[in-house]
Design a protein around this ligand. Structure first.
Ligand code: 5GP
Ligand code: ZN
Length: 115
């Protein structure tokens, strides 16, 4: 755990979050500032700065993050109409929290990806 990392602190229970799914190695919780009717963040419990670092260090865990996101998408009723998964990675992508996370977005038409 990185003590100055917001998402590590959510994993540790030090900061409250609305958790929608938890597995041994992943956690899914609602984004505090939702950009769509459903906006869930899915993270590895272990700290990796971004998805590229995560995928390089532990591709199995990266796959578990995707699998948890897919299960949450189904549980949130997004299966029929579809959804978007985004990993902001680095400065140009606007990454603000440097603990790897998937944004799972859905529940309404999302518009063009780079709007
Ligand atoms: P990024 O820009 O790094 O890809 O996304 C970070 C996301 O974390 C943002 O969508 C932001 O709303 C969300 N976020 C920031 N602080 C908190 C928090 O304390 N709790 C939760 N649940 N989400 C947060
Ligand atoms: Zn962290």
């Amino acid at each position: 755990m990185e003590t100055d990392c917001l998402f590590c602190r959510i994993v540790a229970g030090e900061i409250p979050a609305t958790i929608v799914r938890e597995t041994d190695r992943t956690l899914a919780f609602r984004d505090i500032g939702p950009k769509a009717p459903v906006h869930v963040l899915v993270i590895p419990k272990e700290h990796y700065a971004d998805v590229a670092v995560l995928a390089g260090a532990d591709p199995g865990l990266a796959g578990e993050v995707l699998a948890t996101a897919a299960v949450v998408a189904e549980a949130e009723g997004l299966g029929a109409d579809g959804f978007r998964m985004i990993f902001n990675t680095g400065r140009y992508a606007g990454q603000e929290v440097f603990h790897a996370h998937a944004h799972l977005l859905g529940g309404a038409p999302l518009g063009p990806m780079l709007a």
